[in-house]
Design a protein around this ligand. Structure first.
Ligand code: ADP
Length: 160
């Protein structure tokens, strides 16, 4: 049985994240979406809120589970019996960071493999930070996030 983890801040969970989770769930027996505490970043949503939004988004994916964690992803992976780390790769932004992450992961935990899924064309330019900016300025974000996230974003920034 191959268990994979898809770790991230997910502040908030977008349709791009959902697309990666859905595709990864077809590749592995079980997928854990690991919602990192991310103490070093100033985030819009608490860890509990991020977990709840991710859970609502993947509710129909039977082999996907959402779990909060803190500390090293490699340690959380080891405790959870995970063999593979999944990450998403957008054409413009992600390669160098994800490459460094893969090298560090290999150093910290040589038995863990990192698998990057290319972002689908329609989500290449979608990022949580851009979405938050648009939402703060009163723009529509409904096309880019699951319904529960759209509601939570509107509530957070105080728009209808
Ligand atoms: P982190 O804080 O770890 O970068 P994010 O929540 O921003 O967490 O992203 C988690 C993972 O999802 C990363 O691998 C990131 O590259 C990937 N990702 C982010 N947005 C998209 C998208 N639109 N399509 C595919 N993958 C994405």
């Amino acid at each position: 049985m191959t268990i994979a983890i898809y770790p991230g801040s997910f502040d908030p969970f977008t349709n791009g994240h959902l697309d990666v989770a859905r595709r990864a769930s077809r590749l592995f027996d079980k997928l854990i979406i690991g919602v990192y505490a991310t103490p070093e970043k100033k985030l819009m949503f608490s860890q509990d809120e991020r977990v709840a939004m991710a859970r609502a988004a993947v509710a129909s994916l039977k082999n996907v589970e959402v779990r909060p964690y803190s500390g090293l992803t490699t340690e959380f992976a080891k405790e959870s019996g995970v063999q593979v780390i999944v990450r998403g790769l957008r054409v413009s932004a992600d390669f160098e960071f994800e490459f460094d992450l893969a090298m560090m992961t290999a150093k910290l935990s040589p038995s863990l493999e990192m698998v990057c899924l290319m972002a689908s064309p329609q989500y290449q330019f979608l990022s949580s930070s851009l979405l938050k900016e648009v939402a703060r300025l009163g723009g529509q974000v409904d096309d880019w996030v699951p319904p529960a996230v759209a509601r939570a974003l509107k509530k957070k920034v105080g728009t209808k």
